[in-house]
Design a protein around this ligand. Structure first.
Ligand SMILES: Cc1cc2nc3c(=O)[nH]c(=O)nc-3n(C[C@H](O)[C@H](O)[C@H](O)COP(=O)(O)OP(=O)(O)OC[C@H]3O[C@@H](n4cnc5c(N)ncnc54)[C@H](O)[C@@H]3O)c2cc1C
Length: 451
């Protein structure tokens, strides 16, 4: 039997595609290699603490996650970050220094906090102030985030503002990342105003206010659980895709399945392996999208033994001060409904260099870093580790052109669609949007006659 649509990969991209197909009356099958759907989204509960193994929230400014959540009837479950408690610290020379107020990413919008911060030297503060006087220089080719920001604000602002802030979102290296893909809005501002600071100050303030980040009371797993009834989900690893007339044959677990449309919602490196026999150039382009690895480590403490005041959301560790830990979130402050009264929960992000450590060594390394950074001596009563090898796509310089070429090739392969964090945005809202767009391409396609 030829199915209308097969979806390979049951992360949020694949699940969203299935949901929007189901709204058009198409029940798709998702082929997912692990026993559970959700991909990197996974919530568990330990000693009353809600543990997010992967993402813990989504940015409120992009609408697609909230739109989907409303449609699924989960709007009452949404909570916002406690932004009134938001202080983020940066580790500098062994001390936690608060990020100055009024920063838009690394762009200063208030003078006094910038003047007063211990995070930056006077030379950098003066340089950041003088940036206000820059004039537009016309359109420029894609550059690394590093080159772009070095030009505007200098080395120290990269080391102690941009790099740790971007590592918290992308886990990547500013020298590799494409400014056009990662900081597109700042590129627009630069071409219009020259100065990022002047452009940001001139732009209208976002309306509505509200929390910067949102999540669900019971964790993001609630979203996954609400989406899974939209499709039949089969646990199997897809091994090959072949053209079959105007449709496709998909081999999984030794069996072949036929479909008019295939939505490839795996990481790009997995998609590359599957399309290689059909199109070597497409496979090369997909395989060339780099990914980084990370680990999240949740440490739960009894509150009566905890010896730190936790005034804020947590801290970021700049690359030049980093051993294994890149960031630590003080979960109970960032979101309500996560940690019972008698507990404290820390969520540590460890870099890919920690993947080689055993679980015990990882916990020891984290405790040793917490002891030197936060002077924390308390012993955790539980730990929970999630390893994410090659899970976070990196948008390297030239990413836009690479994705444009991928999409041009797909034009010549009707019925094959891509969705996922490798293409047009790595966050949950963008993945939902890409799943939705893939579903729309399936439903709007002229019916294919399958040989
Ligand atoms: C640690 C971490 C923290 C993050 N934090 C945030 C955050 O706070 N907010 C935010 O918005 N974003 C965050 N992100 C990014 C965001 O969560 C991801 O980009 C997004 O969830 C990816 O969804 P996806 O469906 O594209 O891919 P994935 O979740 O990777 O799903 C792909 C699926 O494909 C399956 N698969 C692969 N190969 C095959 C095969 N051959 N056959 C069958 N199945 C296959 C995999 O098993 C997997 O389930 C984070 C990411 C990570 C890793």
């Amino acid at each position: 039997m030829t199915q209308k649509a097969l979806i390979i990969g049951g992360g949020i991209s694949g699940l969203s595609a299935a949901y929007y197909l189901s709204k058009s009356g198409i029940r798709a099958t998702i082929l997912e290699k692990t026993p559970r759907a959700g991909g990197v989204i996974r919530t568990t509960v330990q000693q009353g603490c809600v543990l997010e193994a992967g993402p813990d929230s989504f940015i409120a400014a992009k609408p697609w996650a909230m739109d989907l959540i409303r449609e699924l009837g989960l709007a009452d479950e949404v909570i916002g970050s406690n932004d009134h408690l938001r202080v983020t610290y940066i580790l500098k020379k062994g001390h936690l220094v608060p990020l100055p107020d009024g920063l838009m990413m690394m762009v200063p919008t208030k003078i006094m906090p910038l003047v007063g911060t211990r995070l930056l030297s006077w030379g950098t503060k003066i340089r950041m102030g003088l940036e206000f006087l820059r004039r537009p220089k016309g359109p420029r080719p894609d550059r690394s985030v590093y080159d772009f920001l070095l030009d505007h604000y200098g080395q120290e602002s990269i080391d102690y503002l941009a790099e740790p802030l971007l590592a918290g979102v992308y886990g990547g290296d500013p020298r590799q990342m494409s400014v056009n893909s990662v900081l597109a809005r700042f590129v627009e501002i630069e071409s219009k105003y020259g100065s990022l600071t002047r452009g940001v100050l001139a732009a209208p303030r976002p309306k509505g206010g509200g929390s910067l980040f949102r999540t669900l009371k019971g964790g993001l797993q609630q979203l996954v659980d609400a989406l899974t009834p939209s499709a039949e989900i089969v646990e199997t690893t897809v091994e090959a895709i072949q053209r079959n007339g105007s449709g496709f044959r998909v081999r999984a677990g030794g069996n072949w399945m036929d479909a008019e449309h295939v939505i490839l919602a795996t990481p790009a490196h997995a998609a590359a392996r599957l399309v290689r026999p059909n199109h070597a150039e497409l496979a090369d382009l997909l395989a060339a999208i780099p990914y980084t690895s990370s680990i999240t480590l949740a440490l739960g403490y009894r509150k009566d033994t905890f010896d730190h005041p936790l005034n804020g959301f947590g801290f970021l560790v700049p690359q030049r001060e980093r051993k294994y830990m890149a960031a630590c979130t003080w979960v109970g402050n960032k979101f309500n409904h996560r940690v019972p009264e008698n507990m404290v929960l820390l969520r540590c992000f460890m870099g890919g260099n920690a993947l080689a450590l055993t679980d015990d060594a990882l916990v020891d390394a984290a405790r040793s870093e917490l002891s030197s950074i936060m002077r924390l001596q308390a012993a955790p009563v539980f730990s929970s580790i999630a390893r994410w090898p090659d899970s976070m796509a990196q948008y390297a310089v030239g990413h836009e052109q690479r994705v444009a070429r991928i999409e041009a090739i797909l034009e010549s392969m009707p019925g094959l669609h891509l969705a996922g964090n490798a293409y047009h945005g790595i966050g949950i809202p963008d993945c939902i949007r890409m799943g939705k767009e893939a579903a729309a391409r399936v439903t709007s396609a002229t019916p294919l006659s399958v040989a």
